[in-house]
Design a protein around this ligand. Structure first.
Ligand code: 6OG
Length: 157
């Protein structure tokens, strides 16, 4: 199973706003999501998260700025080559301003206005808990169309 990261930059404690990016290419194109991607050879999850955050939206964080909030496994029975897991990080501090990249168009959202209908279908099941400060671990099984959630288990860590 391939491993990826997902960074969620937030303002306020508890979170009042979140920076999401509209993905312009590749897996999840057309959806809003946090920032992240695959690990490179020999890279730790935190190092990959820092690198992808900078590449995708221009925010400069160091590993100490990242708060690990859990892990999700995504299972696609109709397309097992898509199976992957994601290490989740909330990012409360960074340097620089959000900038559009070839992969992502960043945009701030108030927590009450998060565009769940334009996001991966699993997000509404776990993102609210993470934004309230919880750590989670979960597994999501997607349906035939690789979009709808067939089954989901989320537990608090
Ligand atoms: P690249 O393949 O572009 O990285 N990602 C998901 N995020 C959410 N919220 N739900 C999913 O459900 C996801 N599947 C993947 C992980 C893809 C980026 O998208 C995230 C990575 O940050 C299926 O390198």
């Amino acid at each position: 199973m391939r491993s990826t990261t997902l960074c969620l930059p937030v303002q306020g404690r508890p979170a009042e706003r979140i920076l999401l990016g509209l993905k312009k290419t590749g897996f999840g194109c057309g959806k809003y999501n946090g920032f992240g991607g695959k690990f490179e050879e020999g890279e730790t999850a935190a190092a990959a998260a820092v690198r992808e955050l900078k590449e995708e939206c221009g925010l400069a964080a160091c590993e100490a700025d990242l708060e690990y909030v859990g892990e999700l496994q995504f299972v696609f029975p109709a397309s097992p080559e898509l199976d992957h897991d994601v290490q989740l990080y909330v990012v409360p501090t960074w340097q620089g301003e959000p900038q559009e990249s070839p992969e992502m168009k960043p945009e701030w959202f108030a927590i009450a206005d998060i565009p769940y209908k334009q996001m991966w279908a699993d997000d509404i099941y776990w993102l609210p808990a993470v934004l309230k400060g919880k750590k989670i671990s979960g597994r999501v099984i997607f349906g035939e169309n690789n979009e709808d959630v067939e089954d989901i288990t989320i537990r608090s860590l």
